[in-house]
Ligand binder design. Structure first.
Ligand code: ATP
Ligand code: MG
Length: 563
């Protein structure tokens, strides 16, 4: 390809709302262009990267025995009503009607549609297992689309769904998918961790996320320094905190604590560690058909993990409760304790049997000192957020926090959707049973940006070997110099014939301008054909290090073929 013909409008200006390198460089480099909030066009260079990623994903999945299909992007609402997700999915699901008043959704994910494809078509255990995937557009009306391709509203996902006769077989496939996703990310040249995850709105039991480590990541992940334990903060567990109680004595009873309403104030008031305080977090839980106040209790030195909290309630959403709402529920803000009446209470697992503690007395200006959880029949759940320095539940090692970008997610789904949609097969005993399912997603368009989040410098993109649109860019320093032009064009033809993907910068622009485009585009190698040609020399530029090496014109072809 000749750059004079390539539609790659580069720019010095970054989009106004762009803060992340991937967003800035992909737009400035003419890879993508925004057309609406969270919706992007791919220009030729962006499409080449996208196709490279797509190809790698497809090659590895096909090797693992998966089969590619392509489902309608527009899905009849009826299927979503059958699964019960039509209401549950919330505002991210774009619902609309056609001219005949039929209701549809733009698929944000395709469990329903895929189960519908398989039900009544796969009838016997003999046709199992089956793993079908597509690489297709998704739409999620995200509340805050941002960061370019990282969080779009319209984006491209690889979503796969597997069907099995047993949980064991599904788990075998789940392990195979974990391995396959690893191969894909290795080929893309990414550094990542597989972490334990919350299963979210999709439902099901076990799930793991593939997190690319990046300082700009939106996800907090917990990693053990001592073993392979890694988890999303939303799902991370720790070994129960060990509290030294040797110096602590309390005489049980109510205590007058006027105006002392926060954990900090309480710790100060009693001159005691926050470990001995009980923190109340009141939320309004929004269910499909009603709202109610729910109380969560954790140790004063801990914070409530909102995703864990949401999942124990089974609500659609948790929002902060106002003081007025708390009072209406008969609660005393600032003095709420676990023995509150007429509200749902969840207590953190680590407070089971814990004593002595100080908690709210559910009475204005009073706390209860010497509270004992022993024998208290609360619902105990893991509710806390793991903190830097906590101990690993697996090996006792130190847990640390780091940032990641989720690029893939695999789920052990079970029979949730096959049951809801009545998708069954005849098992070995001739009995009808719902398919046991797994589901597996990769953010294909997000990966375009993720490669750049992990590989860039202050000048621009640095594509990895398998993602780059071109292997080599040949830059003619002075387009008016016929010798330079002839040499560059001959080298260009020869490299292309040898299978290299080459871009020839034949534009009549200043050399400096061309170099800054080379840096912005980020192809692995550049060749500068310039003044040195008279002495039989050209230069090879390494994009990663930006180091230049003078090479003889006779050997430059071989040198470029080596790398
Ligand atoms: P996130 O937590 O980042 O919102 P998710 O958990 O909702 O993602 P999944 O439903 O697991 O996403 O979707 C599978 C994959 O699709 C994700 O791992 C991610 O790579 C990609 N993805 C999800 N939402 C978006 C988005 N808005 N823009 C681009 N890619 C996305
Ligand atoms: Mg996910």
């Amino acid at each position: 390809m000749k750059l004079s013909k390539l539609f790659a409008p580069t720019s010095k200006e970054a989009p106004k709302d762009a803060v992340l390198p991937s967003h800035i460089f992909l737009v400035r480099g003419g890879f993508i262009a925004q057309i609406g909030s969270g919706i992007y066009n791919y220009l030729p260079l962006g499409k080449m990267v996208l196709d490279n990623i797509r190809r790698i994903v497809k090659e590895e999945l096909d090797k693992a025995g998966n089969q590619e299909v392509l489902l309608g992007f527009v899905t009849p609402s009826q299927l979503w009503k059958e699964s019960g997700r039509y209401e549950r999915f919330g505002k991210e699901l774009l619902r609309f009607k056609d001219r005949k008043e039929n209701e549809f959704v733009l698929g944000p994910t395709h469990e329903e549609a895929m189960v519908d494809l398989v039900r009544n078509r796969v009838k016997s255990y003999k046709e199992l297992p089956l793993n079908l995937y597509q690489i297709h557009t998704k739409f999620r009306d995200e509340a805050r689309p941002r960061y370019g391709l990282l969080r779009g509203r319209e984006f491209i996902m690889k979503d796969g769904y597997s069907f099995h006769e047993s949980v064991e077989d599904m788990q075998r496939e789940y392990a195979l998918m974990e391995e396959t996703y690893g191969k894909i990310l290795d080929r893309l040249g990414l550094t990542y961790r597989v972490v334990e995850a919350d299963s979210g709105a999709i439902g099901g039991s076990g799930s793991k996320e593939f997190m690319v480590l990046a300082e700009n990541g939106e996800d907090d992940i917990v990693i053990c320094e001592g073993c392979d334990y890694a988890a999303n903060i939303e799902a991370a567990k720790r070994a129960a905190k060990v509290i030294d109680k040797s110096d602590v004595e309390m005489t049980p009873g109510p205590f007058h604590t006027p105006g002392v309403k926060t954990i900090e104030a309480l710790a100060e008031f009693f001159k005691i560690s926050e470990d001995f305080l009980v923190k109340a977090v009141a939320k309004k839980a929004i269910f499909e058909d009603h709202e109610e106040i729910v109380l969560f209790f954790v140790r004063g030195s801990d914070t409530l993990q909102e995703t864990k909290a949401l999942s124990v309630t089974g609500a659609l959403e948790l929002v902060d409760a106002t003081e007025a709402e708390l009072e209406a529920a008969g609660l005393v803000p600032g003095y709420i304790g676990p023995d509150a009446e007429n509200v749902t209470v969840y207590v953190d697992e680590e407070l089971r049997d814990e004593a002595p503690m100080i908690c709210g007395a559910n009475r204005e200006d009073y706390h209860y000192v010497g509270y004992d959880f022993k024998g208290k029949p609360f619902t105990y759940k893991d509710l806390i957020t793991v903190q830097e320095g906590d101990r690993c539940a697996k090996c006792g090692g130190k847990l640390t926090l780091t940032k990641g970008i989720e690029v893939g997610h695999i789920f052990q789904l079970g029979t949730k959707y096959s049951e809801a949609l009545g998708a069954t097969f005849l098992d070995r005993n001739g009995k009808a049973r719902p398919f046991v399912m797994g589901t597996y997603g990769i953010g294909v368009s997000r990966l375009v940006a993720v490669v750049i989040e992990q590989h860039h410098d202050e000048k621009g993109c640095i594509w990895t070997e398998e993602t780059t649109p071109f292997d080599i860019m040949i830059i003619i320093s002075n387009i008016k110099d016929e010798a330079q032009r002839t040499f560059a064009e001959t080298l260009y033809e020869k490299l292309q014939d040898a299978g290299k993907r080459v871009l020839l910068d034949d534009r009549s622009e200043r050399f400096g301008f061309k170099m800054s485009d080379f840096e912005l585009f980020g192809f692995p190698k550049g060749v500068i054909v310039g003044k040195g040609l008279k002495e039989g020399k050209v230069e090879i530029v390494d994009r990663k290090t930006l180091s230049k090496t003078a090479v003889d014109t006779e050997t430059v072809f071989d040198k470029l073929m080596e790398s």
